[in-house]
Design a protein around this ligand. Structure first.
Ligand SMILES: *[C@@H]1O[C@H](CO)[C@@H](O)[C@H](O)[C@H]1NC(C)=O
Ligand SMILES: *[C@@H]1O[C@H](CO)[C@@H](O)[C@H](O)[C@H]1NC(C)=O
Ligand SMILES: *[C@@H]1O[C@H](CO)[C@@H](O)[C@H](O)[C@H]1NC(C)=O
Length: 529
C-alpha cells in the first residue's frame, strides 16, 4: 500500500512542480523568517525553489532551510550600514525612543536606502548573475515590496509572474490600485481604534505624508541604481501594478477590516510553528504557582538595555503578585540587575532563552506581556492567550491595537513603563478579566477552523500565478488615472466652472430683465401721460 501511495504523491508533485525564485535580502530578522517560511512551504508543496540570498548583514540567518538551491550574493562594502548606523540594537534602549516623527522616519529610511543601494548594486553587477537568472526561466519571482531590488530584478529576468509580499501589513497598497481613505479608514501607522475622532483623522493624514516621505526616501535612490545600470527599467510602481497576486502577513480575523482587492491574499500566521509539549524544566516552572505570566519584548528591543528605572518599575509590579510566576526574557542573566535585584524577588525568573511558542500553547499560562511584533501577535492569537502589549515601534502599534480591537489584548503605552502602579493595574485587569480569555479561546478556535489555511492559500495562489501569469481582470482600472483624474480635481474644476458661468449668465440675465422692465415701465408711464 505504501509504495503506490508514495509514487502517486511523487507523480502529483512532479507534474505540478514549478520553478520558483524567492529573493531574500538579509537585513531584518522578522522579514527573513517570513520569506524563509514562504520558500520552505513551497518546497513542502513539491516545488523547485531557488533562494536568492543577498547578504546585507551576514550575521543574520538565511531564513530558508529547505530551498533546493541557494544563490548567495556576498556583502557589498558597507552594506550593513542600516544595522550599524540606525538600528544599533546592541546599545540602544528602544523603550525610550520616539520613532514615529517625520525626522526619525526619514532618517530611518535614509539609512535603509544606503544599505539597499549598496547591496542591490552589488547583485546587479555580479558578473553573469542576471543572465543566469534569466536563463533559469523562473515561473515565479517572490519578493518583498519593501526592499525593492527584487521588484526591479523581475524586469530583468522576466518570470511568468511577479509576486510581491509584505511581511507586515500591506503598507503601501497604492501601487496595486488599492487606496485607503485617509479620513474614514483606520491608519495602519496608528492605533486604529480611535479613527473616528477629528484629531486622529488629522493625524492619519499627517502620517500618510510621513509614510510617503519614508517610502520615497527609501525607494527613489534604488530606482536610480536601476536607471543607471539598466536604463529603461520601468518604475517599481508600474512593475508592482502588474503583479499576479500579492501576499500580506495579516489575518482578517485579527485585524481591522479594510477595503481590499481580489489579488491581495492574506497569509498571516503562516510562520506560526506547531507547538511541542514542554520539557520537565519549563513544565515545572509553570506548576510553581497558580498563575504564570510570560514577558518578552522580542529580539530587537532588548530588556537588558532598558533604563534601570524601567526595569525596577517592572520588577516592583511583578513582585506585587506573589501567587504569580513571571518568566521574563532577559538577555544577560548574570548582570547586576539579575544578580542583585531579581534574585531577591521569588516569583520572577529571568531566562536568556525560552520556548515561547510552547509556553504560549500551555493552558497553564495566564498572560503574555509582549511588544506586539507581527510574529508574536500571530502566535498569541493562535495560542488563545490574553496579552498585555507594549508596542515599541513600526507596525507594532497597529498589531497591538488590532488585538485589543478583537478583545484579546490591552495596549500599554511604553512611556508609562516607569510607573509601576500603572503596570500593576494593567496586569491585574488582564488577569481578572475573564472575557479576554474567552475571546482569546474563540479567536484561537476560529483560526483553526478557517475554510483554508494560510499555507494552502499561499501554495494554490503561487501555482495559479505560475501557470497563468498576471490576469488583466485583477488589475484595477484606477491605475490608468492620473492623480488629478483620480482625485476628481478635473471634474471639480469643470463643475465649478459651470457653476461660475451659470452664475455670471444669470447675473447678466437678471440685469437684462431689469433693464427691460424699466424700459417697459417707462413706456407705461409715457402712455399714461
Ligand atoms: C530547479 O531550478 C534550478 C534553477 O532554475 C535548476 O537549475 C534546476 O535544474 C531545477 N531542478 C529541478 C529538479 O527541476
Ligand atoms: C553579562 O553581564 C556581566 C556582568 O555585567 C558581564 O561580565 C558579561 O560580559 C555579560 N554577558 C554578556 C553576554 O553580555
Ligand atoms: C474586559 O475586557 C473586555 C474586552 O477587552 C472589555 O470590553 C471590558 O471592559 C473589560 N472589563 C473590565 C471589567 O475591565
Amino acid at each position: 500500500m505504501r509504495l503506490p501511495l508514495l509514487s502517486l504523491l511523487f507523480f502529483t508533485c512532479s507534474v505540478h512542480s514549478y520553478n520558483i525564485l524567492v529573493y531574500i535580502p538579509k537585513f531584518a530578522i522578522s522579514h527573513i523568517h517570513f520569506m524563509g517560511k514562504l520558500a520552505d512551504s513551497l518546497v513542502d508543496a513539491g516545488h523547485n525553489v531557488t533562494a536568492l540570498i543577498s547578504e546585507m548583514d551576514s550575521n543574520l540567518p538565511d531564513g530558508t532551510k529547505k530551498s533546493q538551491k541557494i544563490i548567495r550574493i556576498s556583502p557589498g562594502e558597507g552594506a550593513d550600514h542600516m544595522n550599524t548606523h540606525f538600528m544599533t540594537k546592541d546599545t540602544m534602549d528602544m523603550f525610550e525612543m520616539e520613532f514615529d516623527s517625520y525626522s526619525a522616519s526619514v532618517e530611518n529610511a535614509y539609512h535603509n536606502s544606503v544599505s539597499f543601494c549598496i547591496q542591490c548594486r552589488k547583485m546587479l553587477t555580479t558578473p553573469g548573475l542576471v543572465e543566469r537568472l534569466k536563463r533559469d526561466k523562473y515561473d515565479v519571482l517572490i519578493t518583498e515590496a519593501f526592499e525593492m531590488c527584487g521588484v526591479g530584478l523581475s524586469h530583468l529576468i522576466s518570470p511568468r509572474a511577479l509576486i510581491p509580499v509584505s511581511s507586515s501589513l500591506l503598507f503601501d497598497p497604492s501601487p496595486f490600485g488599492l487606496h485607503y481613505s485617509l479620513v474614514s479608514e483606520p491608519s495602519i501607522m496608528l492605533d486604529g481604534r480611535f479613527h473616528s475622532t477629528l484629531y486622529s483623522r488629522l493625524k492619519t493624514i499627517y502620517h500618510w505624508f510621513i509614510f510617503r516621505a519614508f517610502l520615497d526616501t527609501q525607494t527613489v535612490p534604488l530606482q536610480k541604481v536601476f536607471e543607471e545600470l539598466y536604463p529603461g527599467t520601468p518604475s517599481f510602481s508600474s512593475l508592482l501594478s502588474d503583479s499576479a497576486v500579492v501576499f500580506a502577513n495579516t489575518d482578517p480575523l485579527v485585524d481591522f477590516a479594510r477595503p481590499t482587492l481580489s489579488k491581495v491574499v492574506p497569509i498571516g500566521g503562516i510562520g506560526v510553528p506547531t507547538p511541542k509539549p514542554l520539557d520537565e524544566y519549563w513544565s515545572g516552572i509553570l506548576s510553581l504557582r497558580s498563575r504564570s505570566v510570560l514577558v518578552s519584548f522580542g529580539s530587537i528591543a532588548k530588556s537588558v538595555l532598558m533604563h534601570p528605572s524601567r526595569k525596577a518599575a517592572l520588577l516592583k509590579a511583578f513582585a506585587s503578585f506573589p501567587d504569580t510566576t513571571f518568566i521574563w526574557k532577559y538577555e544577560n542573566t548574570s548582570d547586576d540587575f539579575a544578580r542583585l535585584e531579581v534574585s531577591r524577588v521569588r516569583n520572577v525568573i529571568l531566562a536568556e532563552w525560552m520556548p515561547q511558542k510552547d509556553l504560549l500553547a500551555d493552558s497553564r499560562l495566564t498572560l503574555f506581556i509582549s511588544h506586539g511584533g507581527m510574529a508574536s501577535c500571530h502566535e498569541i492569537s493562535h495560542a488563545g492567550v490574553p496579552s498585555l502589549l507594549i508596542p515599541i515601534f513600526g507596525d507594532q502599534i497597529n498589531n497591538a491595537a488590532a488585538l485589543a480591537h478583537v478583545g484579546i489584548a490591552q495596549v500599554f503605552n511604553k512611556f508609562d513603563m516607569i510607573h509601576s502602579d500603572k503596570i500593576r493595574k494593567a496586569i491585574e485587569e488582564m488577569i481578572e478579566n475573564s472575557s479576554c480569555k474567552s475571546n482569546a479561546v474563540r479567536i484561537r478556535d476560529q483560526l483553526a477552523a478557517r475554510p483554508s489555511s494560510p499555507v494552502e492559500r499561499l501554495v494554490k495562489n503561487v501555482e495559479f500565478a505560475a501557470r497563468f501569469g498576471p490576469s488583466k481582470s485583477l488589475r484595477p482600472l484606477n491605475l490608468e488615472l492620473s492623480t488629478i483624474q483620480f482625485l476628481g480635481l478635473d471634474l471639480i474644476m469643470v463643475i465649478l466652472s459651470l457653476i461660475f458661468i451659470a452664475a455670471v449668465l444669470s447675473f447678466y440675465f437678471c440685469k437684462l430683465l431689469r433693464v427691460l422692465a424699466s424700459v417697459v415701465h417707462v413706456r407705461k408711464v409715457q402712455k399714461l401721460e
